[in-house]
Design a protein around this ligand. Structure first.
Ligand code: PLP
Length: 402
C-alpha cells in the first residue's frame, strides 16, 4: 500500500550526524580509544555535557503552575523582551523589533522560511552550511541556493555573495538569505569587518530594489570574540529591509534539550513590522502552538535578575575558556602541518578542506577518529574533543587527509 506521497516515500530515517555519533559511542563502549568529533554540543574534558549550573537552578526554580500552564502563543513577553535586550543592546535594532518564541533556533529557521518565502522559492546561504538548513527547506518545500563561501584568498567571497544576491533578486523578486556568523557552523569562520561592510552594502542596495530579508543565525554568538560588533552592519539593512535573528538557548545557555529559541524580526517600517509579527504568531499556532514555558521562564530569570545574570556570565566564561583552549591547541598543532582550513579563532567547529572526504573519513574511522564528512570537507567538532586529545586528533587528520 502506498501510504506516503512521493516526496516522503524515501526519507532517510536517521540524521547522519546523530548516526555517526552513535557509531563512535558504540566503539567507545567496546573500549576503543575513540576521538568523537561529531557532536555539536560543548562537552567537558571528561566528555560529560558542559552545563551552566545557574541556568539549571533557574530551571528548577520555575513555579510549578507556570511550568504546567500554556505559555502565550507568541511566547512569554518578558522572555522575548529580555533576550532582545541582551542581543540587540543599544543598537537601533532594539527600537524596531517584533519577536516570537520558537523551539530552539531550528524553529526560528523554520518560521523564517515559511513566513518570508512562497512554496518552491529559494533561500540563499553559503555553500558550507549546517545540513539541517536543507532538511528544513525540503520539509517545507523550499530550496537552498548557495554561493561559494571562500574566495581564492581564503576569506569570505563577497563578490560571489553579491552575484548570488543579484541573481536571486532578479529571479524571484525577493531575497531571503541565511548568514550564520559569527562562529559559522561548520567552518568556524567569522567575517572580518571589511567583509561585513561589503555584505552590508550588497544587502542595503538590494533592499532598495526588492523585499530583502537577511537572517543572522546567531546559534554560536555567545562563544564569539565579539558579540555586538556585527549589529552595526545589520542596522542599515533594517532601514529598508528586514533583519531576522534566529536566537537559540541551546548553546549560549547550554539548554539543548529544553528547545528554547526565538525569531526576532527588525525593520524600521512599523506597519510591515506589525504584519510580520502577526504572521509569525500565526505560524506558531499553525505548528507548535506554544513553546516550553519553563525554559522561557528560566532564561528570563537569568537575564533579568542581576545576580543570576552575573553568575551565568561567569559560568559561561569558563565554558568559553574550555573551548578557546581547544581552539588554540588545534591551531598550534596544525601549524606546520598540511591541513587546509579557514581562519579559525573560536566556535564549536572547524572544517578541513580535502579532496576525498569519504575516503578520509573511512581512514579516520579505522583509527577510531570520528568526524562528519561534507562536500570537499570534513567537519571537526572541537567542542566535543578534550584538550588533551587535540594533538592526536590533528596528527590523525593530517595523516588521513593528505
Ligand atoms: C548553525 C546552527 N543554527 C541553528 C541551530 C539550531 O539549534 P537549536 O535548534 O538546538 O537551537 C544549530 C544547532 O546545532 C546550528 O548549528
Amino acid at each position: 500500500m502506498k501510504y506516503l506521497p512521493d516526496r516522503n516515500a524515501a526519507r532517510p530515517g536517521d540524521d547522519p550526524i546523530f548516526a555517526l555519533n552513535k557509531k563512535a559511542q558504540a566503539r567507545r563502549a567496546l573500549g576503543a580509544p575513540v576521538i568523537n568529533a561529531t557532536v555539536g554540543a560543548l562537552l567537558e574534558d571528561d566528555s560529560s555535557l558542559a552545563v551552566l549550573p545557574a541556568v539549571l537552578e533557574a530551571l528548577r526554580n520555575v513555579p510549578a503552575l507556570k511550568a504546567s500552564g500554556y505559555a502565550p502563543i507568541s511566547g512569554d513577553p518578558a522572555y522575548l523582551q529580555a533576550i532582545a535586550k541582551d542581543l540587540l543592546g543599544d543598537s537601533s535594532l532594539a527600537s524596531m523589533y517584533t519577536a516570537v518564541a520558537t523551539p530552539g533556533g531550528t524553529g526560528a529557521l523554520r518560521h523564517a522560511l515559511s513566513v518570508f518565502t512562497e512554496r518552491g522559492q529559494s533561500v540563499l546561504t553559503s555553500n558550507f552550511y549546517w545540513g539541517p538548513y536543507a532538511t528544513i527547506a525540503d520539509e517545507h518545500e523550499r530550496v537552498i541556493d548557495t554561493f561559494a563561501m571562500f574566495g581564492s584568498d581564503g576569506g569570505f567571497d563577497t563578490a560571489a555573495f553579491a552575484a548570488a544576491i543579484e541573481k536571486m533578486a532578479t529571479a524571484q523578486g525577493r531575497v531571503l538569505v541565511f548568514l550564520n556568523d559569527p562562529c559559522h557552523n561548520p567552518t568556524g569562520y567569522s567575517m572580518s569587518a571589511a567583509e561585513w561592510e561589503q555584505v552590508r552594502d550588497t544587502l542595503v542596495a538590494c533592499s532598495a530594489r526588492v523585499p530583502t530579508v537577511v537572517l543572522a543565525d546567531v546559534a554560536y554568538l555567545a562563544f564569539a570574540k565579539d558579540t555586538k560588533g556585527f549589529l552595526s552592519y545589520l542596522e542599515p539593512i533594517a532601514e529598508n529591509g528586514v533583519v531576522l535573528f534566529a536566537w537559540s538557548g541551546s548553546k549560549g545557555f547550554a539548554l539543548y534539550g529544553q528547545r528554547v529559541g526565538a525569531l526576532i524580526a527588525c525593520t524600521r517600517d512599523e506597519s510591515a513590522r506589525g504584519a510580520i509579527g502577526r504572521a509569525m504568531s500565526y505560524a506558531c499556532r499553525g505548528t507548535w502552538s506554544n513553546c516550553n514555558a519553563s525554559a522561557m521562564d528560566a532564561v528570563r530569570a537569568c537575564l533579568t535578575d542581576p545576580a543570576m545574570d552575573a553568575r551565568v556570565r561567569a559560568e559561561r566564561e569558563r565554558l568559553r575558556g574550555l573551548l578557546d583552549t581547544r581552539v588554540d591547541a588545534f591551531n598550534a598543532a596544525a601549524a606546520g602541518k598540511n591541513l587546509r582550513y579557514p581562519r579559525y579563532d573560536g566556535g564549536f567547529f572547524v572544517t578541513l578542506f580535502c579532496g576525498d572526504p569519504k575516503g578520509a573519513m573511512e581512514k579516520l574511522e579505522a583509527r577510531d577518529v570520528f568526524v562528519v564528512p561534507g562536500p570537499g570537507s570534513l567537519r571537526v567538532a572541537l567542542c566535543s574533543v578534550p584538550a588533551a586529545e587535540v594533538d592526536r586528533l590533528v596528527s590523525e587528520l593530517n595523516d588521513c587527509t593528505v
